[in-house]
Design a protein around this ligand. Sequence first.
Ligand code: GUN
Length: 288
Amino acid sequence: MVARLIDGKVVSADVKSRVIGAVRELKAIGVRPCLATVLVGDDPASATYIESKHKDAKEVGILTRDHRLAATFKQKELHELVQLLNNDPEVHGILVQLPLPSHIDEFDILSSLSPMKDVDGLTPYNVGMLQSGIAALKPCTPSGIMELLDYYKIDVGGMDVVIVNRSNLVGKPLLILLLERDATVTICHSKTKDLKEKLRSADLIVTAVGNRRRFTLTANMIKEDVVVIDVGIARLNGKLTGDLDFDSVKQKASWITPVPGGVGLMTRAMLLKNTVTAAAFITREMSK
Ligand code: GUN
Protein backbone atom coordinates (compact mmCIF):
# COMPACT_ATOMS: atom_id res chain seq x y z
CA MET A 1 0.00 0.00 0.00
CA VAL A 2 1.15 3.55 -0.69
CA ALA A 3 0.23 5.80 2.21
CA ARG A 4 -2.25 8.64 1.89
CA LEU A 5 -0.92 12.04 2.90
CA ILE A 6 -2.07 13.71 6.10
CA ASP A 7 -1.74 17.26 4.82
CA GLY A 8 -0.91 19.90 7.44
CA LYS A 9 -1.40 22.65 4.86
CA VAL A 10 -5.05 21.72 4.29
CA VAL A 11 -5.92 21.12 7.96
CA SER A 12 -4.08 24.18 9.31
CA ALA A 13 -5.90 26.32 6.70
CA ASP A 14 -9.18 24.90 8.00
CA VAL A 15 -8.24 25.74 11.61
CA LYS A 16 -7.13 29.23 10.56
CA SER A 17 -10.40 29.92 8.77
CA ARG A 18 -12.26 29.08 12.00
CA VAL A 19 -9.88 31.38 13.89
CA ILE A 20 -10.59 34.21 11.42
CA GLY A 21 -14.32 33.76 12.14
CA ALA A 22 -13.68 33.90 15.89
CA VAL A 23 -11.52 37.03 15.51
CA ARG A 24 -14.37 38.67 13.56
CA GLU A 25 -16.87 37.83 16.32
CA LEU A 26 -14.57 39.24 18.99
CA LYS A 27 -13.96 42.39 16.95
CA ALA A 28 -17.72 42.91 16.69
CA ILE A 29 -17.86 43.24 20.49
CA GLY A 30 -14.81 45.51 20.61
CA VAL A 31 -12.14 42.93 21.46
CA ARG A 32 -8.90 42.56 19.48
CA PRO A 33 -7.24 39.28 20.51
CA CYS A 34 -3.58 39.81 21.34
CA LEU A 35 -0.73 37.34 21.74
CA ALA A 36 2.44 38.33 23.65
CA THR A 37 5.57 36.29 23.03
CA VAL A 38 8.65 36.24 25.24
CA LEU A 39 12.00 35.11 23.90
CA VAL A 40 15.04 35.02 26.17
CA GLY A 41 18.41 34.74 24.45
CA ASP A 42 19.44 34.60 20.82
CA ASP A 43 18.95 30.99 19.74
CA PRO A 44 18.37 31.31 15.96
CA ALA A 45 15.86 28.43 15.76
CA SER A 46 13.76 29.94 18.56
CA ALA A 47 13.92 33.37 16.89
CA THR A 48 12.64 31.81 13.65
CA TYR A 49 9.75 30.13 15.50
CA ILE A 50 8.82 33.44 17.12
CA GLU A 51 8.87 35.23 13.77
CA SER A 52 6.54 32.60 12.26
CA LYS A 53 4.14 33.00 15.19
CA HIS A 54 3.95 36.75 14.66
CA LYS A 55 3.44 36.36 10.91
CA ASP A 56 0.66 33.78 11.47
CA ALA A 57 -1.07 36.02 14.02
CA LYS A 58 -1.06 39.01 11.66
CA GLU A 59 -2.50 36.85 8.90
CA VAL A 60 -5.62 36.05 10.96
CA GLY A 61 -6.04 39.47 12.59
CA ILE A 62 -4.50 38.71 16.00
CA LEU A 63 -2.41 41.54 17.47
CA THR A 64 1.04 40.70 18.85
CA ARG A 65 3.60 41.93 21.34
CA ASP A 66 7.18 40.86 20.84
CA HIS A 67 9.37 40.75 23.97
CA ARG A 68 12.98 39.84 23.19
CA LEU A 69 15.33 39.72 26.13
CA ALA A 70 19.07 39.22 26.49
CA ALA A 71 20.29 35.75 27.51
CA THR A 72 21.52 37.35 30.75
CA PHE A 73 17.99 38.42 31.73
CA LYS A 74 17.38 37.37 35.34
CA GLN A 75 14.70 35.11 36.73
CA LYS A 76 13.27 37.93 38.86
CA GLU A 77 13.06 40.29 35.88
CA LEU A 78 11.33 37.64 33.80
CA HIS A 79 8.87 37.13 36.64
CA GLU A 80 8.14 40.85 36.62
CA LEU A 81 7.51 40.84 32.86
CA VAL A 82 5.15 37.86 33.19
CA GLN A 83 3.25 39.67 35.95
CA LEU A 84 2.92 42.76 33.75
CA LEU A 85 1.52 40.65 30.91
CA ASN A 86 -0.76 38.71 33.28
CA ASN A 87 -2.24 42.02 34.46
CA ASP A 88 -2.48 43.70 31.06
CA PRO A 89 -6.16 43.63 29.98
CA GLU A 90 -5.17 44.03 26.33
CA VAL A 91 -3.09 40.83 26.32
CA HIS A 92 -5.02 37.54 26.01
CA GLY A 93 -2.28 34.99 25.34
CA ILE A 94 1.27 34.69 26.65
CA LEU A 95 3.84 32.37 25.10
CA VAL A 96 7.26 32.00 26.73
CA GLN A 97 9.46 30.37 24.10
CA LEU A 98 11.24 27.23 25.33
CA PRO A 99 13.87 26.23 26.11
CA LEU A 100 14.80 29.04 28.49
CA PRO A 101 18.49 29.64 29.29
CA SER A 102 19.80 27.22 31.93
CA HIS A 103 20.03 29.83 34.72
CA ILE A 104 16.25 30.27 34.58
CA ASP A 105 13.92 27.87 36.37
CA GLU A 106 11.48 26.96 33.59
CA PHE A 107 8.86 25.41 35.87
CA ASP A 108 8.86 28.46 38.12
CA ILE A 109 8.30 30.82 35.17
CA LEU A 110 5.61 28.67 33.54
CA SER A 111 3.85 28.34 36.91
CA SER A 112 3.66 32.12 37.20
CA LEU A 113 1.66 32.52 33.97
CA SER A 114 -2.03 33.26 34.33
CA PRO A 115 -3.71 29.93 33.40
CA MET A 116 -6.31 31.92 31.42
CA LYS A 117 -3.54 33.34 29.19
CA ASP A 118 -1.48 30.14 29.03
CA VAL A 119 -1.82 29.47 25.28
CA ASP A 120 0.79 26.69 25.48
CA GLY A 121 -1.25 24.79 28.09
CA LEU A 122 1.86 24.26 30.22
CA THR A 123 0.93 25.78 33.58
CA PRO A 124 0.35 23.22 36.35
CA TYR A 125 -3.33 24.25 36.38
CA ASN A 126 -3.81 23.53 32.68
CA VAL A 127 -1.79 20.30 32.88
CA GLY A 128 -4.19 19.20 35.65
CA MET A 129 -7.20 20.23 33.56
CA LEU A 130 -5.83 18.19 30.66
CA GLN A 131 -5.46 15.13 32.91
CA SER A 132 -9.06 15.60 34.01
CA GLY A 133 -10.23 15.80 30.40
CA ILE A 134 -11.66 19.33 30.70
CA ALA A 135 -8.85 21.61 29.49
CA ALA A 136 -9.75 24.57 27.27
CA LEU A 137 -6.10 25.38 26.52
CA LYS A 138 -4.17 22.29 25.44
CA PRO A 139 -0.52 22.10 24.28
CA CYS A 140 -0.41 23.05 20.60
CA THR A 141 1.51 20.14 19.06
CA PRO A 142 -0.57 17.31 20.59
CA SER A 143 -3.86 19.10 19.97
CA GLY A 144 -2.71 19.76 16.40
CA ILE A 145 -2.08 16.04 15.94
CA MET A 146 -5.60 15.29 17.19
CA GLU A 147 -6.98 17.83 14.65
CA LEU A 148 -5.13 16.00 11.87
CA LEU A 149 -6.53 12.63 12.94
CA ASP A 150 -10.04 14.05 13.26
CA TYR A 151 -9.92 15.79 9.87
CA TYR A 152 -9.05 12.53 8.11
CA LYS A 153 -11.47 10.56 10.33
CA ILE A 154 -8.73 8.29 11.64
CA ASP A 155 -10.32 6.66 14.68
CA VAL A 156 -7.67 5.74 17.26
CA GLY A 157 -10.12 3.83 19.49
CA GLY A 158 -8.59 0.45 20.32
CA MET A 159 -5.37 1.19 18.44
CA ASP A 160 -1.96 0.32 19.87
CA VAL A 161 -0.10 3.63 19.75
CA VAL A 162 3.63 4.11 20.24
CA ILE A 163 4.90 7.63 20.93
CA VAL A 164 8.66 8.12 20.70
CA ASN A 165 8.96 11.20 22.92
CA ARG A 166 8.36 11.82 26.63
CA SER A 167 8.44 15.63 26.82
CA ASN A 168 5.95 17.92 28.53
CA LEU A 169 5.33 19.61 25.17
CA VAL A 170 4.58 16.51 23.08
CA GLY A 171 4.70 12.97 24.50
CA LYS A 172 3.01 13.36 27.88
CA PRO A 173 0.04 15.53 26.79
CA LEU A 174 -0.45 13.44 23.64
CA LEU A 175 -0.64 10.30 25.79
CA ILE A 176 -3.58 11.83 27.64
CA LEU A 177 -5.40 13.01 24.50
CA LEU A 178 -5.06 9.59 22.84
CA LEU A 179 -6.09 7.76 26.00
CA GLU A 180 -9.23 9.89 26.09
CA ARG A 181 -10.04 8.47 22.64
CA ASP A 182 -9.63 4.89 23.85
CA ALA A 183 -6.19 4.20 22.37
CA THR A 184 -3.71 1.97 24.20
CA VAL A 185 -0.62 4.13 24.44
CA THR A 186 3.04 3.29 25.04
CA ILE A 187 5.59 6.07 25.54
CA CYS A 188 9.10 5.21 24.39
CA HIS A 189 12.38 7.01 24.98
CA SER A 190 16.14 6.58 24.93
CA LYS A 191 16.09 3.91 27.68
CA THR A 192 13.20 1.86 26.26
CA LYS A 193 13.96 -1.85 25.85
CA ASP A 194 12.94 -3.56 22.61
CA LEU A 195 11.93 -0.34 20.87
CA LYS A 196 11.93 -2.08 17.49
CA GLU A 197 9.50 -4.75 18.70
CA LYS A 198 7.17 -2.12 20.12
CA LEU A 199 7.28 -0.09 16.91
CA ARG A 200 6.59 -3.17 14.77
CA SER A 201 3.42 -4.00 16.69
CA ALA A 202 2.02 -0.43 16.65
CA ASP A 203 -1.09 0.63 14.71
CA LEU A 204 -0.15 4.31 15.08
CA ILE A 205 3.37 5.68 15.57
CA VAL A 206 4.15 9.25 16.60
CA THR A 207 7.84 10.14 16.53
CA ALA A 208 9.34 13.37 17.87
CA VAL A 209 13.08 12.85 18.11
CA GLY A 210 14.57 15.39 15.68
CA ASN A 211 18.00 13.77 15.39
CA ARG A 212 18.43 11.47 12.40
CA ARG A 213 21.71 10.02 13.67
CA ARG A 214 20.03 8.88 16.88
CA PHE A 215 16.75 7.78 15.35
CA THR A 216 15.36 7.21 11.88
CA LEU A 217 12.12 5.31 11.33
CA THR A 218 12.51 3.03 8.32
CA ALA A 219 10.09 0.66 6.55
CA ASN A 220 11.60 -2.47 8.14
CA MET A 221 10.69 -1.12 11.61
CA ILE A 222 6.93 -0.85 10.99
CA LYS A 223 4.03 -3.11 10.16
CA GLU A 224 1.93 -2.86 7.04
CA ASP A 225 -0.84 -0.18 7.11
CA VAL A 226 0.41 1.64 10.18
CA VAL A 227 -0.47 5.35 10.60
CA VAL A 228 2.69 7.45 11.01
CA ILE A 229 2.83 10.96 12.44
CA ASP A 230 6.22 12.67 12.22
CA VAL A 231 6.87 15.48 14.71
CA GLY A 232 10.65 15.49 14.25
CA ILE A 233 12.48 18.43 12.77
CA ALA A 234 15.99 17.59 11.66
CA ARG A 235 18.51 18.49 8.99
CA LEU A 236 19.83 15.85 6.63
CA ASN A 237 22.38 16.87 4.01
CA GLY A 238 21.33 20.47 4.51
CA LYS A 239 17.64 19.66 3.92
CA LEU A 240 14.78 20.00 6.39
CA THR A 241 13.44 16.56 7.26
CA GLY A 242 11.58 14.69 9.97
CA ASP A 243 12.30 11.40 11.77
CA LEU A 244 11.15 9.24 8.85
CA ASP A 245 12.86 7.70 5.92
CA PHE A 246 9.79 9.11 4.18
CA ASP A 247 10.04 7.36 0.81
CA SER A 248 10.35 3.86 2.26
CA VAL A 249 7.83 4.34 5.09
CA LYS A 250 5.32 5.73 2.57
CA GLN A 251 5.35 2.42 0.70
CA LYS A 252 4.14 0.51 3.75
CA ALA A 253 2.04 2.86 5.89
CA SER A 254 -1.65 3.67 5.39
CA TRP A 255 -1.37 7.35 6.38
CA ILE A 256 1.70 9.56 6.73
CA THR A 257 2.57 13.18 7.59
CA PRO A 258 5.24 15.03 5.58
CA VAL A 259 7.98 17.29 6.96
CA PRO A 260 7.71 20.14 6.17
CA GLY A 261 3.96 20.56 5.64
CA GLY A 262 2.70 18.34 8.46
CA VAL A 263 2.55 18.69 12.23
CA GLY A 264 4.66 21.90 12.37
CA LEU A 265 1.94 23.86 10.58
CA MET A 266 -0.63 22.46 13.01
CA THR A 267 1.37 23.56 16.06
CA ARG A 268 1.35 27.08 14.62
CA ALA A 269 -2.38 27.01 13.83
CA MET A 270 -3.33 25.67 17.27
CA LEU A 271 -1.52 28.57 18.94
CA LEU A 272 -3.84 30.93 17.06
CA LYS A 273 -6.84 28.84 18.07
CA ASN A 274 -5.76 28.90 21.73
CA THR A 275 -5.28 32.68 21.57
CA VAL A 276 -8.87 33.31 20.42
CA THR A 277 -10.15 30.76 22.95
CA ALA A 278 -8.28 32.65 25.70
CA ALA A 279 -9.55 36.03 24.43
CA ALA A 280 -13.17 34.82 24.38
CA PHE A 281 -12.87 33.29 27.88
CA ILE A 282 -11.20 36.37 29.40
CA THR A 283 -13.81 38.65 27.80
CA ARG A 284 -16.62 36.52 29.25
CA GLU A 285 -15.03 36.46 32.71
CA MET A 286 -14.52 40.23 32.70
CA SER A 287 -18.12 40.94 31.79
CA LYS A 288 -19.48 38.93 34.73
N1 GUN B 1 9.69 25.37 21.88
C1 GUN B 1 9.48 24.38 20.98
N2 GUN B 1 8.16 24.15 20.84
C2 GUN B 1 7.53 25.01 21.67
C3 GUN B 1 6.16 25.25 21.97
O1 GUN B 1 5.22 24.60 21.45
N3 GUN B 1 5.91 26.21 22.90
C4 GUN B 1 6.92 26.92 23.50
N4 GUN B 1 6.58 27.84 24.40
N5 GUN B 1 8.19 26.72 23.24
C5 GUN B 1 8.50 25.77 22.32
